[in-house]
Design a binder for this molecule. Structure first.
Ligand code: TXA
Ligand code: MG
Length: 324
């Protein structure tokens, strides 16, 4: 599967592959997406097959423009305000499908809603314009694994299952979009992401309750499986020093005060900066996963701002695996 540097010719070719029902991985400001023509059932089904993804997990549909997305879903006045403020950008909105919505029902996984997003990454925008179709795109990794923030991560995880990877280098954000359910009067964060709760509440008002209350149960957002974003290596959270065992550990550090005694150490952000940590999170998990240690120990990350999304991914990476 060719990994293509983005020229006009490769982007045109990527659009052709999409319209022919193929799969193209492309960079966004969050992570790489595995894109298919959202209006083509067979193409969408290929996404699930390539990822080994349970079919009950719905997909985010990406548009080249706000108008393109408004043809798919109904934007309430509040959703309009949210879109004015955060689009293009790393925010996915769950909205009601229009009666004549052309998007495959597979993307909605049996719900009457659809997740839509307008990415800000210039290469994503060129690709979406060239495809001239709404693009269904989950993160471009095998289901349950670490999300891809570089073209190489996509190739390593999905290999021949993808027809083309548009190589845009490292994704600037490094964490997925925030998923905001706007189908009821009280917007709800279904997945914390690059747009923080604080930023959202400036537009939608306070989101009530504590953080874990506002992140709904798996039945409401089927993608929120317990084990997700998981490296092959087991993960230990809240590490403040080496474990008192013979187990050889790699350390995923955060901040300037890094404990000694680990075989390998990578730091999310020596300065303790959460934006830098978000950008580095998945790339460092990929790197430490390849270090051949028995476990990855992770230092605590503050549960504030972007730290909420980072800790969400880390907890899922450390969660018990479905197959033991
Ligand atoms: O940053 C991102 O959002 C990336 C890039 C490629 O855009 N995409 C991404 O997609 O992370 P994925 O499939 O890995 O995650 C989509 C999340 C899942 O948690 C899924 O359950 C939720 O969005 N979701 C999608 N459609 C939904 C819907 N109609 N109702 C509730 N949750 C939905
Ligand atoms: Mg994903």
């Amino acid at each position: 599967m060719p990994q293509s540097k983005p020229s006009d010719a490769t982007i045109t070719r990527a659009g052709e592959i999409i319209r022919a029902g193929g799969l193209v991985a492309f960079p966004t400001e969050t992570v790489y997406g595995l894109g298919a023509d959202a209006t083509n059932d067979r193409a969408v089904a290929r996404i699930f097959a390539a990822k080994g993804r349970p079919e009950f997990n719905p997909l985010i549909v990406h548009g080249a423009s706000r108008e393109a997305l408004e043809a798919l879903v109904v934007l309430s006045p509040l959703a309009d305000k949210v879109a004015d403020r955060f689009w293009p950008g790393p925010l996915s909105l769950i909205l009601s499908r229009r009666a004549d919505c052309p998007v495959s029902r597979l993307c909605s996984a049996g719900l009457d809603t659809l997740a839509v997003r307008l990415p800000a990454h210039p290469l994503a925008q060129r690709f979406l314009a060239a495809a001239n179709r709404p693009i269904a795109a989950p993160s471009a990794n095998r289901s349950g694994g670490i999300s891809p923030t570089r073209a190489e991560h996509v190739t390593e995880s999905l290999g021949e299952a993808v027809d083309m990877v548009l190589d845009g280098g490292a994704c600037p954000g490094g964490l997925e979009s925030t998923v905001l359910d706007m189908t009821s009067d009280t917007p709800t964060i279904l997945r914390p992401g690059l747009i923080t709760e604080e930023e959202l509440s400036e537009v939608v008002g306070p989101l009530t309750g504590n953080v874990s209350n506002k992140i709904k149960s798996p039945s409401k957002s089927p993608g929120q499986l317990a084990s997700h974003y998981a490296p092959a290596t087991p993960v230990r959270l809240n590490a403040r020093g080496p474990a008192n065992t013979e187990t050889e550990e790699a350390l995923l550090a955060f901040g300037p005060n890094v404990p000694e005694g680990f075989a390998v150490t990578s730091n999310l952000s020596i300065a303790g900066d959460l934006i830098e940590a978000a950008t580095n999170l998945f790339a460092l998990l990929h790197q430490l996963d390849r270090a051949g240690m028995a476990r990855i120990a992770v230092m605590p990350v503050p549960e504030a701002g972007l730290g909420v999304a980072i800790n969400d991914r880390l907890r899922r990476a450390a969660a018990p695996r479905p197959n033991g």
